[in-house]
Ligand binder design. Structure first.
Ligand SMILES: Cc1cc2nc3c(=O)[nH]c(=O)nc-3n(C[C@H](O)[C@H](O)[C@H](O)COP(=O)(O)O)c2cc1C
Length: 364
């Protein structure tokens, strides 16, 4: 089914404006047959922040922003799906065009700016699938015009607690002016205090939902010291490293498109985001697990993320170029790696290369 979808749809999708192609892919997934998902090899199952993942390969936030197709994505083989970013009130995001492909670089630039149908629409969809099983995280963000952005995160945690497998507090989108300031010093600590408190309040009905923070790969190492220190003190359950980058590596070939404003993702993000992952891993010292995101497009790159410190991985941009069959390919390559060395399990590989990576020269 995936092969057929990829073969029929991808050449067509490639001709469309990137955002129309994305819309069509989501609509296509809504129509996908509902057969049972293939079971995963038992060696891929991992337990992270108290949840049992059938495999460690997740759909990153931004593909299913409005919670329209989480079950179709789970059936395609993802071990978990992160819907969102969801904002409390609906908002349109930035004017189009706002999504660009860099085919020669296998990269994507987006400045969508949190286009969201809003909390109530997404909640209705997730409530309708309650009890269907599968891990579906909810990525939350603030409205652009909100007078109290931290209050937005608090309200979303209260709203989605009954339906979220975990929460991601997204303070690292580069496309909402000022949002990344929430990663700084006092403000970050206040944010964490209030979201951790909100999560504790709603836990009486919903149980203690794991709370993750998603950071930018563009933090300085001093800023990363502070962010990890505060997250440890406030006992968050995990961190996603990371979001898209404002950097433009000098190696980019699609030079004209590279000038578009927005966050860069895909292959050109791999080196930076993997280095930041390793830097986060050595600072976290096992206090919480990490999700590695940025430029994964093969089993080899997924494994590199795991060895840099990721207990779970997520991907998005490479699906634009490689199609949905990539998920199965990555899992097969991970199983092959585990078969090569029968004594090793995935958790034993987590962070194996982190310390060595932090000694390398900084990626450009
Ligand atoms: C079109 C697009 C939209 C995105 N939207 C979101 C979003 O709403 N929230 C978020 O946390 N990350 C968002 N991201 C970032 C991804 O979740 C991911 O962190 C980043 O793209 C790096 O992974 P990748 O290189 O595999 O794409 C978006 C990425 C893309 C390409």
């Amino acid at each position: 089914m995936i092969g057929l979808f990829d073969r029929l749809a991808r050449p067509l999708l490639g001709l469309l404006d990137a955002e129309n192609a994305h819309r069509l892919a989501v609509q296509g997934l809504k129509l996908a047959p509902r057969g049972p998902a293939h079971g995963d090899d038992a060696r891929l199952s991992v337990r992270v922040f108290g949840l049992n993942f059938p495999n460690p390969v997740g759909m990153a936030a931004g593909f299913d922003k409005h919670g329209e197709v989480p079950d179709a994505l789970l059936r395609l083989g993802f071990g978990f799906v992160e819907v969102g970013t969801v904002t409390p009130r609906p908002q349109a995001g930035n004017p189009r065009p706002r999504l660009f492909r860099l085919p020669s670089d296998q990269g994507v630039i987006n400045r969508l700016g949190f286009n969201s149908e809003g909390a109530q629409a997404v909640l209705a969809r997730l409530a309708a699938r309650a009890g269907s099983g599968g891990l579906v995280g909810v990525n939350v963000g603030a409205n652009k015009e909100s007078p109290d952005r931290i209050a937005d995160y608090v309200s979303l945690i209260e709203t989605f607690a009954p339906v979220a497998s975990y929460f991601t507090v997204n303070i690292s989108s580069p496309n909402t002016p000022g949002l990344r300031d929430l990663q700084q010093g006092q403000l970050f600590d206040e944010l964490l205090a209030r979201v951790v408190d909100a999560r504790a309040r709603v836990s009486r009905q919903a149980g203690l939902t794991p709370l993750l923070v998603k950071i930018a790969p563009d933090l300085t190492l001093n800023e990363l010291d502070d962010v990890v220190g505060a997250a440890r003190r406030r006992r968050v359950d995990g961190m996603i490293v990371g979001n898209t980058t404002l950097a433009r590596p000098p190696s980019l070939k699609d030079a004209k498109t590279a000038k578009e404003a927005g966050g860069l993702s895909g292959r050109p993000l791999f080196a930076l985001s993997t280095r930041m992952l390793a830097e986060t891993y050595v600072r976290a010292e096992g206090a919480f697990p990490l999700v590695g995101t940025g430029g994964i497009d093969s089993g080899r790159t997924a494994l590199a993320k795991i060895r840099a410190g990721a207990s779970l991985v997520q991907l998005y941009s490479s699906l634009v170029f490689r199609g949905l069959g990539l998920v199965g390919d990555i899992k097969a390559e991970l199983v092959k790696e585990l078969s090569r060395n029968r004594h090793v399990s995935l958790p034993e590989l987590v962070g194996a290369d982190a310390a060595a990576m932090t000694a390398e020269s900084w990626p450009r």
